[in-house]
Ligand binder design. Structure first.
Ligand SMILES: CC(C)(COP(=O)(O)OP(=O)(O)OC[C@H]1O[C@@H](n2cnc3c(N)ncnc32)[C@H](O)[C@@H]1OP(=O)(O)O)[C@@H](O)C(=O)NCCC(=O)NCCS
Length: 169
């Protein structure tokens, strides 16, 4: 019987993470984004899911600020999330999100933002309504937020520099 486990990503996981990202998205852009976020030190939380000792899932949250006048509220951005295609639909993506949320809340994080499919992320508390008043280059129905505590409802979203404009799509 297979056993899925979730743990913090380590330096030894880099190549395995790159492969999962490439397989899941069918391109190298997201793997490159992960490397850039790690290299720049903007990662807040990075987890991997393992099946029988092999990395088959990956999730990354990076630092994002909500800027309001001269103040900057620290929040987190979920991106990317990837599961090896042969394991899709087995609950790994959901397990990664839930475990990450538990750890982020424990660490005192109050607000998370994602740009993704509402039908999927809505299952984990994300809602466009919570993000609709943020000023963002990525503002659209897919921009969603979940708040675990008091956090700004408006302001400009400042992503880590690794998110170049080419990643907006
Ligand atoms: C999206 C992804 C991470 C989900 O991982 P997963 O381990 O297959 O997800 P889970 O097993 O936890 O959940 C599966 C459920 O989510 C649904 N789902 C998956 N992707 C979805 C999407 N894009 N839109 C709506 N629902 C989706 C499935 O239909 C399934 O529904 P069911 O529970 O009713 O059968 C995975 O499909 C993946 O790596 N996709 C390619 C990369 C990607 O798109 N990442 C997200 C970027 S925003």
């Amino acid at each position: 019987m297979s056993m899925m486990s979730i743990r913090t990503a380590t330096a030894k996981d880099r190549e395995a993470i790159r492969l999962v990202e490439e397989h899941a998205f069918g391109q190298k852009m997201e793997a490159g984004l992960v490397d850039a976020l790690v290299d720049s030190g903007d990662t807040v939380l990075e987890l991997v899911a393992e099946e029988d000792g092999h990395v088959v899932g990956h999730i990354l949250f990076s630092r994002l600020y909500v800027e309001h006048g001269r103040s900057r509220f620290p929040a987190v951005a979920l991106a990317p999330l990837a599961v090896e295609p042969s394991f899709h639909g087995t609950g790994i993506g959901g397990a990664l999100i839930r475990e990450a949320h538990v750890r982020l809340k424990q660490a005192g994080e109050k607000l998370a933002i994602v740009l993704g499919e509402p039908a999927y992320y809505g299952r984990f508390g994300y809602a466009h309504e919570r993000a609709a008043n943020f000023d963002s280059d990525y503002q659209c129905e897919a921009l969603q937020a979940v708040a675990w505590d008091e956090a700004p409802e408006s302001g400009k979203l400042l992503y880590a520099p690794a998110f170049g404009t080419e990643l907006a799509a």
